[in-house]
Write a protein that binds this ligand. Structure first.
Ligand code: NAP
Length: 333
């Protein structure tokens, strides 16, 4: 059993620091120790996986490596009393796909503490259409609601709107009754974003201040920011009194060129979102919402499906900002 082979997308580092992506045979012996062995049915592509695939050492330190921070599948073996063979489970974040072989392989072996039982109301495939991106969008919206943001307060801005986190944040905010403005660098995506629930679509240029003023005319009641950098700084300068902004990503830049004035003169709140270390009780709560009242009718419309063989091309599309929505990876049976 332990020498059983399986297929995985493996990233290898060459001596001249190029990173090759190949579908290779791996053995179960090569997986790290862990209480739960999962046969992966679906994974999904997140920005972090794309970074892992190009040798970003902040994500993955050692190669050869199988990326995939998301996995959904069936328990094959378990030494934990919490999980039984045959149970359907979801594993996302922690170290999965970073320095632990991830969901771009047919098997993962992980600590039981990383595993969530598939909630009723969500199939394994749907759980991966949401994946870490959807989970992060949901966590961001939950935080805005917990901070007291209500639709009456005004428009909520979502940046990186055609991306995974962005598409689902637009959808969830619209579902909660918010008027949503979307920032997207893809002019052709206006119809897509409108369909998801955006009332207004603006360009990154419109969302980026060049005046250098510390505060701008109040325009937003809140925001789900996924890109960081000048767009996040401009959003914070344009957020109304008592507004709330979440920040989860750095697709544009990790820098935040800003003064303290939005915080001390307008009482703006900036909430950091860290899905990777989200405590298990909150993690289960968020998955239950995605399986329940936040399950999206148009979820399938966000999804592009690929097998392992098409994954490398999807990674390139993501890195060149030409993908949209969510890419679901179907592992071979
Ligand atoms: N903190 C956490 O727990 C957490 C969890 C998940 C993701 N993240 C982070 O959140 C971000 C989004 O993740 P994702 O999976 O949604 O990625 P994604 O699907 O690649 O979406 C990112 C979107 O940002 C926009 N974008 C890309 N490059 C940009 C640039 N240079 N300047 C401005 N906008 C740019 C694009 O949207 P448009 O073309 O529509 O503008 C792109 O679709 C990433 O930085 C990711 O690492 C963080």
């Amino acid at each position: 059993m332990s020498s059983k082979t399986f297929k995985a997308l493996v990233v290898t580092e060459t001596p001249d620091q190029r990173y090759l992506r190949e579908i290779k045979e791996r053995t179960l012996d090569e997986l790290p120790p862990g209480e739960v062995l999962v046969k992966v049915k679906y994974s999904s592509l997140n920005y972090k996986d794309a970074l892992s695939a190009i040798g970003n050492k902040g994500v993955t330190k050692q190669y050869p490596h199988t990326p995939g921070i998301d996995a959904a599948g069936v328990v094959e073996e378990s030494s934990s009393p919490d999980f039984k063979p045959g149970e359907e489970v979801i594993v996302t974040s922690y170290d999965l796909g970073m320095n632990t072989p991830g969901g771009f392989g047919q098997y993962i072996r992980v600590p039981a503490a990383w595993v969530v039982k598939r909630p009723e109301g969500l199939t394994l495939r749907e759980s991966m259409i949401f994946g870490t991106a959807g989970f992060t969008a949901a966590l961001s919206v939950l935080r805005l609601l917990q901070a007291g943001l209500t639709p009456e307060r005004g428009t909520v801005l979502v940046s990186g709107a055609t991306g995974g986190v962005g598409s689902i944040a637009v959808s969830l905010l619209a579902r909660e009754g918010f008027k949503v403005a979307a920032v997207s660098g893809k002019p052709e995506a206006k119809a897509y974003l409108t369909e998801l629930g955006a009332k207004e679509v603006i360009t990154p240029e419109e969302a980026t201040d060049t005046s250098g003023r510390p505060l701008l005319k109040a325009r937003w009641a809140g925001s789900v920011d996924t890109v960081g950098g000048p767009i996040l700084a401009t959003t914070l300068k344009s957020t109304a009194l008592g507004g709330v902004v979440t920040c989860c990503g750095n697709a544009a830049s990790p820098e935040l060129p800003l003064t303290v004035y939005p915080f001390i003169l307008r009482g703006v709140t900036l909430i950091g979102i860290d899905s990777q270390n989200c405590p298990m009780n909150l993690r289960v709560q968020v998955w239950n919402r995605l399986a329940g009242d936040w399950h999206l009718e148009h979820l399938e419309r966000l999804a592009t499906e690929t097998g392992l063989e098409g994954l490398s091309e999807q990674i390139d599309l993501m890195l060149s900002r030409r993908h949209r929505g969510r890419t679901v990876v179907r592992l071979p049976d």
